[in-house]
Design a protein around this ligand. Sequence first.
Ligand code: ZN
Length: 404
Amino acid sequence: MRGSLLVDNIGELVTNDIGGEGGPLGIRRHAAVLVEDGQVAWVGPARDAPAADRRIDAEGGAVLPGFVDSHAHLVFAGDRAAEFAARMAGEPYTGGGIRTTVGATRAASDDELRDTVRRLRAEAMRQGSTTIEIKSGYGLTVADEARSLRIAAEFSEDTTFLGAHVVPAEYADRPDDYVGMVCGPMLAAAAPYARWIDVFCERGAFDVDHARAILACGQAVGLGVRVHANQLGPGPGVRLGVELGAASVDHCTHLTDADIDALASHRVDCMCPDGVHTTTVATLLPGAEFSTRSPYPDARRLLDAGVTVALATDCNPGSSYTSSMPFCIALAVREMRMTPAEAVWAATAGGAAALRRTDVGRLARGARADLMILDAPSHLHLAYRPGVPLIRQVLHNGVPQCRP
Ligand SMILES: [Zn+2]
């Protein structure tokens, strides 16, 4: 959108910008934000605000950076509502239901898959997610993984090749052959549309040797590494991620002291509250524990050890069919003992760190003009008023997404 836009009458501005007063969220009061050419051009006291072509009156609502949802599986067909109902009636979650979605996804047309991604992308945007990572992983053939990523790339800059989600049924007795295909023709077809490679390193999915081999092949063609690790039980996934310099290890529900030490011991300079974050971010996905009725990850143990924590939705039809970052914030605060400030930071700047991005997750000069205006005076309300649609307006690249 052309011209400048001033957002003012802000109740509380969360910048995630360090260096000033305002605590870890870099909170400013009586502030205004000037947007130009899709970027934040100026942040400062409202009384000093420059003239602008247009104005948005925040009416005393809080303004936050758009959420950065760094873990979502949006390219699929069908749903698994019946499996959810059975689980709530007492059946355990095993991850085996992924194959149900694989069958439906292979049978779907490109347009059906595209419509699902578009619908979920819009749903997430209405709930404040201006950045969302999108994984493949329900195709599991060369052609179906490539088209999943081609469609994902129409909606996100952060696309992730997850050909190693599960071993598909037709390879059940020869997993080595499947790993060979993932590293060979499937990676070659997927890589042009992917920024990242990911593996589900878990009992029943891929063991550590297969996971290491697949991730190394991805790194060799320039993809960044992420790992689904330690979700269903303890295992080597988190330490493998640290060993390979992964941007993020995701789930982290079952961690040993050695896992936490490994995460905490590698640090890089950043724009975080303490000026450093861990090379590998621990991304927590409480929607998965909620939807599988499982124990939540121990966020306090990670935070107290100095590990950088992100929150994401894990939006997928099996184990966490929510696109709502506010819901995940509420879970993180109520169930995982994160403070509201820690949870909001993890859902914005933490997600950006997990995607190794510095242009999103904060509101400062030069950042992308991705922000939300709440129908509430402070970020606290995101956890304090669970389930309430508090997001009145979202700007993405400086463009208003919805009108009240
Ligand atoms: Zn996932």
